[in-house]
Design a protein. Structure first.
Length: 482
């Protein structure tokens, strides 16, 4: 055994304490965030309630196909930092680095976005308190000191929670998801009761100015990124305290529950707004204002609870996955060795957590408008990770074995088809982002950020290349696939 191999053999490992319900909560809570409770009014304007519901059914189905690939590959390679490991197993070192770079920046960007979203929740509920001490304006967005403080506090609090271990973060994730589901259920029940007891004039199912096909396509173009976060699950597979065979069912339930929430909030908003969209067009939070008008202050309370839980579960879930990707990259020597270490007290990847926090603590000072450019850009990276996982599933189905697998499995034509279809969907998502005329095309600021991100990735790869490629294949596989 080489020196590196001996060191890896005795290196501490993450505890296998993640329960199935916590993994479900990671999938659901990470996939449902701010947009589910803020954007339904905009979806109704662009797609109508009929187009929005059909769009999310189709979008959820597409994501479910991709989730099939994730479930199959997790079962074969239930390791920490799954996205990096999958790319390494199917396509080698360079692609593993690309996957790690994509996932790290993508997930860290969403951590920052969720922290800024909590500041926005406070801004909508307590505008007089939050919109004081204006500092400056970035990209048309006024930055106020209380918002910076709120975002900073949430980043630090959730860093501490994650440093304490997945037992604490997983339990909180599950509780928050259950509270969110209850709040959504109460909102929908209240809206349906209002609909049955009052003569509600519903808006048309599709906008008059666009065709039904175009209305549905607009929502389908958005839907794939509405589900970003269900893919956090494979990053934590090395901590499952249950059979990885159950991962597929947990992923599917997470996708189905996310689809339910998106569709439920669309229905509730459509009922509450009715044919009075002009009344709410200029309000700060149309869905919440409409719900308040039909059921009173409890409507606002339920909406605040729901959106807060959605944002906090995203903040927590992406902290978990970012730190695990960084841990795996450290083990593979894509990053300095410190990233491969675990806390002696809590046995957690504290270096990755602190690193994520430091990066994200800068973002509140740039404002949400500038942050959205970066987050839009990172959608490209996460879509690339989708492709790698689906390709890994295709290869697994074709050859039945991958580096790091304990036992081979029978070849599967079905898995080959599922993986190939998932690859095509991922390519389609990339085209939606990069083709200028598509409904989901990135704006120029996001494209500039994407260019800078690519250049930074190439430069960092060149810096780390020697250390990364110095490891023998056996040592690298032992580090990543344990």
């Amino acid at each position: 055994m080489s020196t590196n191999a001996a060191a890896l053999h005795h290196a501490p490992a993450l505890k296998r304490t993640l329960k199935p319900q916590w993994v479900f909560a990671i999938a659901l809570g990470s996939a449902v965030g701010w947009g589910a409770f803020i954007l339904p009014f905009d979806w109704l304007a662009s797609g109508g309630w009929g187009g929005t519901l059909l769009g999310f059914l189709i979008g959820g189905g597409i994501i479910a196909v991709i989730a099939l690939s994730y479930g199959a590959v997790i079962r074969a390679l239930p390791v920490t930092g799954g996205g990096v490991a999958f790319a390494l197993a199917s396509l080698g070192r360079v692609h593993a680095f690309i996957a790690g770079w994509c996932l790290t920046l993508g997930y860290a960007g969403i951590v920052a976005l969720n922290a800024s979203a909590m500041a926005l929740v406070f801004r909508m509920v307590l505008p007089d308190l939050m919109m004081q001490v204006r500092l400056y304006t970035v990209a048309g967005w006024d930055i106020y000191l209380p918002e910076v403080i709120v975002s900073t506090l949430f980043l630090i609090i959730f860093a501490w929670i994650n440093a304490r271990g997945v037992e604490l973060s997983g339990r909180l994730q599950f509780i928050a998801c259950m509270v969110m589901l209850v709040a959504v259920a109460l909102i929908v029940i209240a809206a349906v009761l209002y609909f049955t007891n009052a003569q509600v004039e519903m808006a048309p199912a599709f906008p008059a100015e666009v065709s039904p096909v175009a209305a549905i396509a607009t929502i389908v173009a958005f839907a794939p990124w509405a589900y970003v976060g269900f893919d956090n699950v494979p990053q934590t597979a090395g901590e499952f305290n249950f059979s990885p065979r159950r991962a597929l069912a947990l992923l599917m339930w997470g996708v189905f529950a996310a689809t339910f929430i998106y569709m439920a909030m669309t229905v509730a908003t459509a009922i509450a707004v009715g044919g009075n969209s002009n009344v709410y067009a200029d309000t700060a939070w149309p869905p919440a204002m409409a719900m308040t008008d039909i059921i009173g202050p409890i409507g606002m309370i339920l909406m605040v609870v729901a959106v807060s839980m959605g944002v906090l579960t995203g903040l927590n879930g992406f902290y978990v996955s970012t730190s695990r990707v960084l841990l795996t990259m450290g083990r593979a020597k894509m990053l300095p060795g410190k990233f491969a270490s675990l806390s002696a007290r809590w046995n957690t990847p504290v270096v990755g957590i602190v690193f994520t926090t430091i990066i994200c603590l800068v973002t509140p000072w740039f404002g949400r408008a500038a942050l959205l450019w970066v987050v839009d850009m990172t959608s490209v990276g996460i879509t690339v990770a989708y492709f790698y996982t689906c390709f890994t599933a295709f290869k697994l189905g074709r050859v039945g074995t991958l580096p790091g697998m304990v036992t081979d499995q029978p070849r599967s034509v079905g898995l080959q088809i599922t993986g190939l279809v998932g690859c095509l969907f991922a390519i389609g998502f990339l085209l939606l982002l990069l083709v200028p005329s598509s409904p989901g095309a990135l704006g120029m600021p996001s494209l500039i950020a994407l260019g800078a991100w690519l250049v930074a990735g190439i430069a960092f790869f060149l810096v780390r290349r020697k250390a990364y490629f110095a490891s023998a294949d056996a040592d690298l596989h032992r580090a990543v696939f344990r």
